[in-house]
Design a protein around this ligand. Structure first.
Ligand code: SF4
Length: 348
């Protein structure tokens, strides 16, 4: 017989009744290979596809500069106490070319521009200007920078930013030199400046408990993020936390399934990312993928496009192979995702 409590929780999800933290903790404590866990995964996949008309979104991220970072995160290749990177700043023309390559298909939903915890605001505003000049098809622009004041976010908004990726990470203040209080303050600053918030439950390591994960899942709901998701902590060679290894894609997909069920209660449904992208996550409740170029905290290459980072063609292919039939675009429209469309975009 099936576990009655799991059946009740799934009936709630199908009836559009909000799951509680306790419900989600219960699901996260199931044996991942049990019949019930497999049904949870299938239910998350089913519900998200029904709610979105089987649509997914492609984002892109450009890491525009890197140097030994003061935040010194123990999972990141740029942490100042262990990095082997020399300072890098991507040239303006190269940034423009990378944005063009991401956007040329006309279906990139959003573009993140990423730099380190401390950054030069004037340089970043210039990057936003380059992005504004080069995006195609209504792509939204998002910052992925360190703790930031309200005034700086007002300037970013005036320059063309639509939203801000910012997270109080798992282990913030313990695995990083940053204060959770400052991280939350930055999120408040972004909202006060009229910007959307985007987040993720990250970086998930082998040691994180169901309770810790559920707290972060519900934080995205409380903050009304327009994009959330789950990201595993990659065991980047040379970083202090690499010795603990990393969770499997199967495990990441299951956590994401519970997250997807939990956020069905969100009024404005966010897209749900899988990092790093893998098909298991996209049949477990995920529907957002991110292409990456430039520097990347999870990579040891100076340009992640040559190593871990996917290009937009590869993102379309993964979503198609995972059964999605439509792509959300930044201008609010959708486009059909099929073999013909993938080929046409590839040839652009
Ligand atoms: S994850 Fe971000 S804030 Fe932390 S060290 Fe890396 S670049 Fe700095």
């Amino acid at each position: 017989m099936f576990d009655k409590k799991v059946v009740q929780i799934l009936e709630k999800a199908y009836a559009k009744v909000a799951l509680t933290k306790e419900d989600c903790i219960y699901l996260l404590k199931l044996d991942r290979n049990s019949t019930e866990a497999n049904i949870v995964r299938a239910a998350a996949n089913d519900l998200i596809r029904k709610r979105t008309n089987n649509s997914a979104a492609i984002f892109g991220q450009i890491g525009v500069e890197a140097f030994p970072c003061e935040a010194d995160c123990s999972f990141c290749s740029f942490g100042k106490s262990h990095t082997s990177f020399s300072p890098i700043r991507v040239e303006r023309d190269t940034i423009a070319q990378k944005i063009h390559d991401f956007c040329k298909g006309g279906d990139l939903y959003g573009l993140y521009m990423m730099t380190m915890h401390t950054y030069d605001l004037d340089f970043f505003l210039d990057v936003v200007k380059i992005a504004k000049e080069n995006v195609i098809g209504g792509t939204k622009l998002f910052s992925n920078v360190g703790d930031t004041s309200y005034e700086a976010f007002v300037q970013m908004k005036a320059a063309g930013i639509d939203g801000v990726y910012h997270v109080c990470r798992l282990g913030e203040g313990e695995y990083t030199k940053l204060s959770p209080k400052d991280r939350f303050k930055t999120m408040e600053n972004a909202k006060a400046a009229g910007l959307d918030l985007l987040d993720c439950v990250e970086p998930i390591g082998t040691e994180h408990t169901a309770e810790e994960l559920v707290d972060r899942i519900f934080l995205s709901l409380e903050m009304e993020c327009i994009q959330t998701g789950c990201m595993k902590r990659v065991a980047v060679p040379g970083t202090p936390l690499a010795k603990y290894g990393q969770i499997s894609d199967f495990e990441l997909g299951y956590i994401l399934a519970v997250q997807s069920l939990a956020i069905m209660q969100a009024k404005a449904f966010p897209v749900i990312g899988v990092h790093e992208p893998n098909e298991i996550g996209y049949v477990s409740g995920g529907n957002m993928i991110c292409a990456e170029t430039g520097i990347n905290p999870r990579d040891t290459e100076a340009d992640t496009a040559a190593n871990r980072g996917l290009d937009v063609d590869a993102c379309r292919r993964i979503l198609f192979e995972s059964g999605f039939e439509r792509l959300y675009k930044g201008d609010g429209t959708t486009v059909e995702l099929n073999e013909k469309y993938i080929k046409e975009c590839f040839e652009k």
